[in-house]
Ligand binder design. Structure first.
Ligand SMILES: *[C@@H]1O[C@H](CO)[C@@H](O)[C@H](O)[C@H]1NC(C)=O
Ligand SMILES: *[C@@H]1O[C@H](CO)[C@@H](O)[C@H](O)[C@H]1NC(C)=O
Ligand SMILES: *[C@@H]1O[C@H](CO)[C@@H](O)[C@H](O)[C@H]1NC(C)=O
Ligand SMILES: *[C@@H]1O[C@H](CO)[C@@H](O)[C@H](O)[C@H]1NC(C)=O
Ligand SMILES: *[C@@H]1O[C@H](CO)[C@@H](O)[C@H](O)[C@H]1NC(C)=O
Ligand SMILES: *[C@@H]1O[C@H](CO)[C@@H](O)[C@H](O)[C@H]1NC(C)=O
Ligand SMILES: *[C@@H]1O[C@H](CO)[C@@H](O)[C@H](O)[C@H]1NC(C)=O
Ligand SMILES: *[C@@H]1O[C@H](CO)[C@@H](O)[C@H](O)[C@H]1NC(C)=O
Ligand SMILES: *[C@@H]1O[C@H](CO)[C@@H](O)[C@H](O)[C@H]1NC(C)=O
Ligand SMILES: *[C@@H]1O[C@H](CO)[C@@H](O)[C@H](O)[C@H]1NC(C)=O
Ligand SMILES: *[C@@H]1O[C@H](CO)[C@@H](O)[C@H](O)[C@H]1NC(C)=O
Ligand SMILES: *[C@@H]1O[C@H](CO)[C@@H](O)[C@H](O)[C@H]1NC(C)=O
Length: 809
């Protein structure tokens, strides 16, 4: 009897012993070791063969893969007890150095020799090419396959659907396209399927309904809190995640069959139709994410009867869901996150929310909520409250800041008024505070000095006043926007040294440019426009080498543009207009590297956290663009390159080298005292859409080379001393806005309907010939000339210049 009882124990201890025996006693099979070494040598070869030695990068990630040792002892490799390789964790083994060192899917095929693999993770390597389906045919033992964050081409190969043992399949953020094949239904053991952030289109196959074990457990950087230091930034959720593709059609009505499902994430697709009421049958559902689709119909309030539900994300852009504002909701769930953006909620912030004791995050942005900010909400211990874009009035209640846990507060675009509570400094965890576009007044509370976690502060477009500012030196501030308030005094400089974005435009800041702007070693965007700032341009600004955008428009800056301007090799937008800058345009300006490159959309493969999404929507650089002041959002900012020196007292000639700035979309040097000629090299400004040289004393001809500017839509050379024929061809044929040529010393050309002497046929002078060469000939080559020509001159008020314009007649 005794033996039968001890046998299991003996076996157990034997197993434990086995586990503790040094693995080296079972060395891995030679062919597996060779396959791994081959993989390593392929990568080493790729990294050592980089053509430009400057870009070379030693490949050291697999240094422990040494042929002298058992491969089971190597990093990234796990073996079974009998010494065969079962797990390879090759996450991010390839250092990602943009496209300098491309690694292709063909370069990892030696791994397919290791048929004993149960778990393979090759995520975050940026590998390029089609997923080698045939290779995966070998890996029939695979239980767990993760390949997220690569740059695959094409669709999910059907061979993956033959891997019958698979429980986890993660192909997220991997550039996959095509449809999701109904064959996915063959993966009967699948518990987790993550396809988020791809380009997969088509319908969600009904066969998904066959995957009864689906209850995926995945760790995902929470979409809303990414980038923000906060205890929930890495919240673990369980999901069936199809977000960020282009799935269309409807949610299968029998989704309710997947009763084991804990997370259903279909967000950021193009799914139409209603939210099926069968969802309430998903009795284990914890996360439901349907935001940013094309869903319609009423939000079923039965959702709130799912007891297990913790995270609810509906609404958002694209959906046109109807919220029953009269429904009496008695939730049985205890929600942790509620995100109901743009759901058509109206009235006061619903009181049922106060029953959600575990609530950590509330987003009701983009509704029509009104009334005051409820005291009960201010007293709930919440980490994130987002109520942007509603109609909430009154002041911000002080208890909100008594919880040391509030991390994100976005109340922008409402009708808040009154002062900010001085207690704001108690909100020690605050990372993002966005209060822009309200009517908040008073001083900026001094207690902001205590907010050491503060990363993002936007108080723009309010009524803040005063000339005393909190000391933000100890904060973690990356972004500070105080623009369009009534702030005065000297520019606040008690800032964290790491700050990247500083927007102070549209206030009454005065005094000299502070010298220690140069100590802000990460400053990228500096916007001080519409203030009363003085000081010499040359002394400080060329030393902030990190600058990408510098806007000093409409201040009282004087001095000159120094040769050292070429230090600013990241500068893409420079606006110095409306100041007192003197001297010449130095030819070093033509060395601004970022104005030479063609701007391109910065493509980021990473999750857009709330920081980035607000950054993109709230950041606004106002530029003078084709005669209108226009706001460039953070998203499009990287696409534009501008140089605006207008409205100063700059003299001298235009350096011919300026034609190097091929990336410029707009060049404005108008309203100065610039003389000399228009350089022929301006024909190289191939990106330029708007070129304003007006109100100077430029003479000579308009160079023929301008006809090469394919993007040109506005050319203003008025009020100069130009002469001769306006060039023809290309976009020049469409430059027929008379006022942009007015007040020169004798321009002619079809654009302004003045014949040039050289175009007058030799027979000219005899009246009968004149009739034989009528205007028709001209009109034949005319493109886009306004029909109501004479009346439009009158309307434009250029009657006075009429005589001069038609001088050559
Ligand atoms: C990597 O794959 C590419 C594309 O198939 C191939 O051209 C290249 O030779 C491979 N590199 C090595 C070192 O095997
Ligand atoms: C599958 O594995 C065998 C070795 O077991 C190997 O010879 C073969 O090339 C592998 N197939 C692919 C497509 O890599
Ligand atoms: C993404 O996939 C598309 C289509 O398969 C392909 O043309 C493109 O090159 C891929 N992108 C990258 C970065 O590999
Ligand atoms: C899978 O789903 C399809 C359509 O929903 C169904 O016709 C088929 O019988 C299912 N297969 C299994 C094995 O359940
Ligand atoms: C839910 O999962 C359990 C095992 O975890 C399984 O026995 C059961 O059949 C599943 N339920 C459904 C409806 O498939
Ligand atoms: C929900 O489940 C119940 C049984 O629990 C079933 O009778 C009902 O038809 C299901 N509803 C839907 C919409 O699937
Ligand atoms: C809020 O902070 C207190 C300590 O200040 C802590 O005990 C509590 O757990 C926090 N609440 C949450 C939801 O993190
Ligand atoms: C904003 O609030 C004020 C009172 O503070 C009120 O008079 C005004 O009507 C509100 N405006 C809007 C658009 O709600
Ligand atoms: C601001 O705070 C920093 C760090 O606490 C301190 O060194 C500095 O003297 C303060 N500046 C002013 C003007 O109070
Ligand atoms: C702006 O602030 C000044 C004091 O600095 C104050 O006198 C003035 O009334 C304020 N203007 C507005 C519109 O609030
Ligand atoms: C700039 O100098 C002022 C005092 O002159 C100081 O208070 C401030 O902290 C300095 N700022 C930075 C970023 O160095
Ligand atoms: C220039 O800035 C002042 C504020 O300093 C503002 O009142 C004025 O309207 C601005 N002028 C232009 C043309 O933007």
């Amino acid at each position: 009897m005794a033996t039968t009882q001890t046998t299991p124990l003996l076996i157990l201890s034997f197993l434990l012993m086995l586990d503790s025996i040094p693995i080296s006693s079972f060395s891995c099979p030679l062919y597996q070791k060779q396959a791994l070494l081959h993989f390593k040598s392929t990568l080493t070869t790729i990294f050592s063969s980089v053509s430009n030695p400057q870009d070379s990068y030693p490949f050291e990630e697999l240094y422990s893969w040494n042929s002298d040792y058992d491969c089971c002892s190597w990093d990234h490799v796990t073996c079974s007890r009998t010494g065969t390789v079962t797990e390879l964790d090759l996450r991010a083994v390839v250092p990602y150095i943009s496209d300098l060192v491309p690694v292709f899917c063909d370069n990892f095929t030696s791994l397919f020799h290791i048929r004993s693999l149960k778990k393979l993770d090759i995520s975050t390597n940026g590998w390029i090419g089609e997923i080698p389906g045939d290779g995966f045919r070998n890996l029939t033992e695979l239980v767990d396959l993760r390949m997220r964050e690569n740059r695959f081409q094409g669709t999910i190969p059907s061979q993956l659907f033959e891997l019958k043992s698979l429980r986890v399949l993660d192909l997220s953020a991997s550039n996959l396209s095509g449809n999701l094949s109904p064959e996915v239904g063959k993966l009967q053991n699948l518990e987790s399927l993550n396809l988020n952030r791809n380009f997969i289109t088509g319908n969600i196959p009904e066969e998904i309904g066959n995957l009864t074990n689906l209850r995926h457990f995945s760790v995902r950087r929470n979409n809303l809190f990414g980038g923000i230091p906060s205890s929930i930034a890495n919240m673990e959720v369980q999901l069936l995640d199809f977000s960020g593709n282009s799935f269309s059609l409807q949610i299968p009505a029998d989704i309710g069959r997947l009763s084991n499902m804990t997370t259903l994430d279909l967000s950021y697709n193009r799914i139409t139709g209603p939210i099926p009421s069968s969802i309430r049958n998903l009795s284990k559902l914890e996360t439901l994410a349907l935001q940013n689709n094309k869903l319609s119909g009423e939000v079923p309030t039965s959702l709130f009867t799912i007891r297990s539900l913790k995270n609810l994300f509906i609404g958002g852009e694209g959906n046109s869901l109807i919220w029953n504002n009269k429904a009496k909701i008695v939730p049985r769930c205890s929600l942790v996150q509620i995100s109901m953006l743009s759901c058509g909620m109206s009235g006061e912030i619903p009181i049922w929310i106060s029953s959600q004791k575990d609530l950590r995050y509330l987003d009701l942005s983009g509704n029509q909520l009104e009334g005051r900010f409820p005291e009960w909400l201010a007293k709930m211990d919440i980490l994130g409250i987002l109520l942007s874009n509603n109609k909430i009035t009154g002041s911000i209640p002080p208890p909100l800041f008594e919880s040391g846990n509030l991390t994100i507060l976005d109340l922008s675009r409402n009708n808040f008024s009154g002062k900010l509570p001085e207690k704001i400094g108690n909100a020690k965890s605050m990372a993002m505070l966005v209060l822009s576009r309200n009517k908040i007044s008073g001083q900026i509370p001094m207690s902001f000095s205590n907010l050491q976690s503060l990363v993002f502060l936007d108080l723009s477009r309010n009524r803040f006043s005063g000339d005393k500012f909190p000391n933000l030196s100890d904060s973690s501030l990356l972004y500070l926007d105080l623009s369009y308030n009534n702030l005065s005094g000297k520019i606040l400089m008690t800032l964290s040294r790491g700050i990247e974005n500083l927007f102070l435009g549209g206030n009454k800041f005065s005094g000299d440019l502070p010298w220690n702007l140069t100590t802000l070693v990460n400053l990228k965007h500096l916007d001080l426009h519409n203030n009363e700032i003085r000081g010499n341009f040359q002394d400080i600004l060329p030393h902030i080498r990190t600058l990408e955008v510098l806007n000093l428009r409409n201040n009282s800056i004087d001095g000159f543009i120094p040769k050292t301007i070429s230090n600013l090799k990241f500068l893409r937008i420079l606006d110095l207009s409306g100041n007192n800058i003197r001297g010449c345009i130095p030819q070093e300006l033509a060395n601004l590297a970022s104005m030479i490159e063609t701007p391109h959309m910065s493509t980021s493969n990473s999750d857009l956290g709330y920081y980035e999404s607000v950054y993109y929507t709230e950041l606004e650089i106002i530029v003078n663009w084709k005669y209108y002041l226009r706001g460039l959002s953070g998203r499009s900012l990287s696409l534009y390159s501008f140089l605006d020196l207008s409205d100063n007292t700059i003299s001298g000639e235009i350096p011919a080298l300026l034609g190097n700035l091929k990336g410029l979309k707009a060049l404005n040097i108008s309203h100065n005292n610039i003389s000399g000629h228009i350089p022929v090299s301006f024909g190289n400004l191939k990106g330029v859409e708007s070129l304003d040289l007006s109100h100077n004393t430029i003479s000579g001809l308009i160079p023929e080379s301008l006809a090469k500017l394919d993007e040109l839509t506005v050319l203003d050379v008025s009020n100069n001393r130009l002469t001769g024929k306006i060039p023809m061809g290309g976009q020049m044929n469409t430059m027929n806005e008379l006022k942009y040529f007015a007040n020169n010393n004798g321009l002619c050309g079809m654009q302004i309907r003045i014949r040039c002497p050289e175009d007058i046929p030799p027979s000219e002078g005899r009246e009968e010939d004149d009739e034989k060469h009528p205007w028709i000939l001209w009109e034949g080559t005319w493109i886009g000339f306004p029909v109501g020509f004479f009346s439009s001159i009158l309307i434009m008020g250029y009657l006075l210049n009429f005589q001069q314009l038609f001088k050559f007649w």
